[in-house]
Structures are given as C-alpha cells and as structure tokens.
Design a protein around this ligand. Structure first.
Ligand code: HEM
Ligand code: HEM
Length: 85
C-alpha cells in the first residue's frame, strides 16, 4: 500500500515538473503569454534548477516500473504467490 502511494507521488510529481518545464520554457521564450505569469528571470531560475530533481524522479519512476520485470527475467518463477503444485 505504501509502495503504491510512493509510486503515485513520484509519477504525479514528474507530471507537475513536466508542466513546469513547459510553463517556464514558454515564459523564457515569451510564447503563448506565459511571460505574464512570471518574469523571465524567475522562469530561467526555475527551468535550470529543475534538472537534478527531474532526473532523480525519472530514474525512480522508470526503476519502480521495470523492477518487477527485471526480477522476472532472472527468476524462472517470478510470481510471488504462484500456486503450489
Ligand atoms: C516526464 C516523463 C514522464 C511522466 C510525466 C510520467 C508520468 C506517469 C504517470 C502520471 C503515470 C501514472 C501513475 C499512476 O497513476 O499510477 C505513469 C505510469 C507509468 N509510466 Fe510514466 N511518466 C514519464 C516517463 C516515463 C518513462 C520514460 C517510462 C519508461 C521508460 C515510463 C513508464 C511508465 C509505466 C510503465 C507506467 C505504468 C503504467 C501502468 O501501470 O498502467 N514513464 N507515468
Ligand atoms: C521536458 C521538458 C524540458 C526539459 C527537460 C528542459 C531542460 C532544459 C535544460 C537542462 C536547459 C539548460 C540548457 C543549458 O544549460 O544550456 C534548458 C534551457 C532552455 N530551455 Fe528547456 N527544457 C524543457 C522544455 C522547454 C520548453 C517547452 C521550452 C520552451 C520553448 C524551453 C526553453 C528553454 C530555453 C529558452 C532555454 C535556454 C535558457 C538560457 O538562455 O539559459 N525548454 N532547458
């Protein structure tokens, strides 16, 4: 259950950050009126400082989902609750 919540938090944080990249990116390039939401200076600061958290989150996100597939790859019986014969 806790793992489920963690997965969701990571996934939706990633989505929020992606939206933030677009908002701040367009604010910097003065496109679609996003420069009215925040100054170009603030947009630039946010855009460039999101790199490390974004990379960490995307690694976590991908790892969480492929973890079980990796386990299955190395075990002949990957199912935890496989019925006993
Ligand atoms: C910025 C990029 C990304 C964002 C914003 C994003 C966002 C999300 C979100 C919001 C979910 C749904 C989570 C849930 O409701 O449980 C999800 C699921 C998932 N994501 Fe991503 N994701 C990104 C990149 C990736 C990448 C690069 C991969 C794989 C290489 C990936 C693989 C998956 C998988 C396998 C699922 C689960 C699908 C399922 O269980 O139905 N994601 N992602
Ligand atoms: C997934 C989305 C995005 C990511 C991961 C991302 C990442 C980055 C990174 C890492 C840099 C710094 C590059 C450097 O050091 O020279 C950068 C710069 C920049 N990005 Fe993005 N970006 C994204 C989306 C966008 C969008 C949608 C726009 C809007 C057009 C945009 C506009 C810019 C601009 C104008 C710069 C140059 C800033 C400067 O003058 O220093 N970005 N971006």
């Amino acid at each position: 259950m806790k793992k489920m919540v963690f997965k969701k938090i990571v996934s939706y944080l990633l989505l929020v950050m992606l939206v933030m990249y677009f908002i701040t990116g367009f604010a910097m390039t003065r496109q679609f009126g996003f420069d009215h939401i925040m100054s170009r200076h603030l947009a630039h600061t946010i855009h460039l400082n999101m790199t490390i958290p974004f990379v960490i989150l995307i690694i976590l996100h991908v790892f969480i989902y492929i973890k079980s597939d990796i386990k299955k790859l190395f075990k002949s019986n990957g199912r935890k609750n496989a019925p006993k014969k």
